[in-house]
Design a protein around this ligand. Sequence first.
Ligand code: UPG
Ligand code: MN
Length: 653
Amino acid sequence: MGDFNSSSMEDDDMAAPLFERQLRKNYVQRAVDITILLLMISLLSYRLVSIRSHGGDGWEVKTWQVAMGCEAWFTFVWVLVVSTKWNLLRYLTFPQRLLQRKRELPALDMFVTTADPELEPPIIMVNTVLSLMAVDYPGTAHKLAVYVSDDACSPLTFFALSEAAKFAQLWVPFCRKHNIQVRAPFRYFSPTAERPPSASGGSKSPEFQQEWKHIKNEYESLNWKIEDARKKPVSSILSAGEFAAFANMDRGNHPPIVKIIWENKETEPDGLPHLIYISREKRPKHHHHYKAGAMNALIRVSGVMTNAPFMLNVDCDMYTHNPQIVLHALCLLLDPRSQNDTGYVQCPQQFYDGLKDDPFGNQLVVLQEIIGQGIVSIQGPFYGGTGCFHRRRVIYGALPKNVDSKKKNARSMDEISLSEFGSSEQFLKLVTRALKDESGTEKDLPSSLEAALHVASSGYEYGTSWGKKIGLTYGSTTEDIFTGMKIQSKGWRSAYCSLDPPAFLGCAPTGGPASLNQMKRWSTGLLEILVSKSNPIRATLLGRLQFRQCLTYIWVLIWNIRSIPELIYALLPAYCIITNSHFLPKNFAGPRTGYNDTSIRICHIQHLHAIGALQVQLISSSMVELPADGQNQLGLCLVVWCPNRPAQGAGDL
Ligand SMILES: O=c1ccn([C@@H]2O[C@H](COP(=O)(O)OP(=O)(O)O[C@H]3O[C@H](CO)[C@@H](O)[C@H](O)[C@H]3O)[C@@H](O)[C@H]2O)c(=O)[nH]1
Ligand SMILES: [Mn+2]
C-alpha cells in the first residue's frame, strides 16, 4: 500500500485503496517511436559523414548544413516526446469506497474567476457556479463554499450571482432528488445537447415532468433577468445598499468588495454551499498580476472565511459535467499512499461544441491524450489553470513529507516565516492551522468579513512572498504551468483525474484571431518560464524536479521556439529549387538506374514535394498543436525516402 504516516493511520486507512494506477500497453507504439528515432539518428549520421562529399559550391554546403541543423533539432524534440509518452498511465478511482469510510469528508473551497462581463457572459459564469453548487457531496454540502472573483468589479456579475443563488434553491434540490447528470442548466435545458434522463428513472413520471417544466421556466426567467439587466442602469438592478458598494466604480481603481451572497447558516448537511462574491482591490500603482493575482486573493479570502484544506479552481466558462467529480478527486488526495506526496489533482481540459475534426487544434487532443497520459507516469500532470484540486498547505509552500534530504535547498516547512504571508493576524493564525493540515475557522462568515477585506486589498502582498514562494507564481502569462512546476520542484507529485463523463467541460475559441491570440499568449508565457530563474533545468539541478519531468517541461516550454527550425525546413525545398541547389543527395536516382537528366530532376522534385508536404504538416502541427503526429509524419517520410533510393555505396546512408 505504499508509505503510511503512522499517526494518521486509522481503521479506514487499512480499507481497500481509493484508487488504482493502470498502465496502458503500448509496445507497438514504443517500437514505432524507437524506429523513428533510429532513422533520425541514421539520417543525421549520414549528413555528418557526407557533409564534405555533398558540399558542392558554397551555397550547397549551407543548405546541407541548415537541413542537418533542423533535423538535429527535430531529433532532440523527438527524444523529449518519446521520453514523455514512454509509459501511458491512467488512474481508476473508487468514490463508493470513500463514502463507506468512517471519516467525514473534508471541506472544499471552490474558486471561479471572471474578468469581463462582455467577453465572458454572466449567464455562462452563473452556469459554472450552479454546477459547482450542485456537485454530489452526500451529507457534507455545508462544507463546500463557492467563491467568485470578479476582476471587472461589475454590478452585473454581482446581480447575476444574487439571482443565481435564488435559482439554486430550486435547481440544487432538483438535481439531487432526480440524480440529474448534467448540472449546468444551460446544457441540461439545451434542445441540442444530449440529455440523459434523470438517473432515478422517473423522467417520464408526471410529477417529474411538472417539476422539470417549472425549473425550466425559472431558468428562462433567470436568463431573461440577466439579459435585461445588461441594458439597465446599475441603480435599477441593485438594492440601495448593494448599489452603494458598486456606485462609480472604475474597474482598474477601486477598493475591495467581499459579499456573502448565500450562507448555509444552519450548517445543514444537505443545504446549499456558501456563495461569496469578491472583487479584489485594484489601484493603478499596484500590479494586479491578472489571473494569478485574482487566485491569490481568492486563496487568502477563503483562508480567513472557510480555510478548507482543499481548493478547486475553474475558469468561469468551465462547468462541472460530472457531479461526482469532487469524490473522485478526493480519492486521489485522501488515499494514504498519496496524502504525503500528491500536491494536486488535475482534470483534463475538455470542451463542448467544438468544431468537427478540430481544425485549429483548440481541443488540445494530443496534449491531453498522448502527452497528458505520458507525463502522468513521471511526476504527474501540469497544473492546467482550471479543473484542478489543490492542497491548501502545498499552495502555502509546504514540502512533502519524506523529501530527499540531500536536496535541502528548497526551504523546509520549519523555515516558513509567517511574516512572508502578510500582516493580517487572523489570516496568519489560520495559515498556521492550514500548514498543520488542520482546517476550519473559529469565526462565522460575517465576522470574518473585515479580515477578508484586508487580505483582498491591493497593497497586502507588498513585502510578502505571495507570487514568489506562496500561492500562484507571478511572472508568466501561463501562471498555471509555472505554479505546477514550482510545486513539483519541491518534490510533490500530481495526479490525473480523467473521467467519463468528463469532469469539466469548457468553451474553447472556435478559431480565427481569438485562437491565435490565445496561442500567442500561451507560447509567450511558456517562453517566459523557460528564460526565468525558475526554469526546469534549474529546478532539476537544484530542486526536486525529476529528470524526465524536466524533459517534458522543456518540450512544452519550447513550443514557441520549435516553429523556427520548422519554418526554415519548410522553406528549404523552395529555396533549393530557386537557387538550383540541393539539401537531399544530389545523385538521387543515380546514373546506374538508367534515368535521364529530366527524370532525375522530376524524381528530385517529387521527393521535394513529399518533404514539402511533410513540412507543411510540421508547420501546421506547430501552430495547431499536433506535435506528436507531426513528428510521426517525419519518421514515416524518412522510411519512405530511404528505401526508395538506389544504393550508391556504403557511405550513402
Ligand atoms: O486578469 C484576469 C485575466 C483572466 N482572469 C480569468 O482567468 C481565466 C482564464 O482566462 P482566459 O482569458 O479564459 O484564458 P484561457 O487561455 O482560456 O485559459 C487557459 O490558460 C490560462 C493561462 O495559462 C489559464 O489560467 C486558464 O486556467 C486556462 O484555461 C478566466 O476565467 C478569466 O476570467 C482573471 O480572473 N483575471
Ligand atoms: Mn478561457
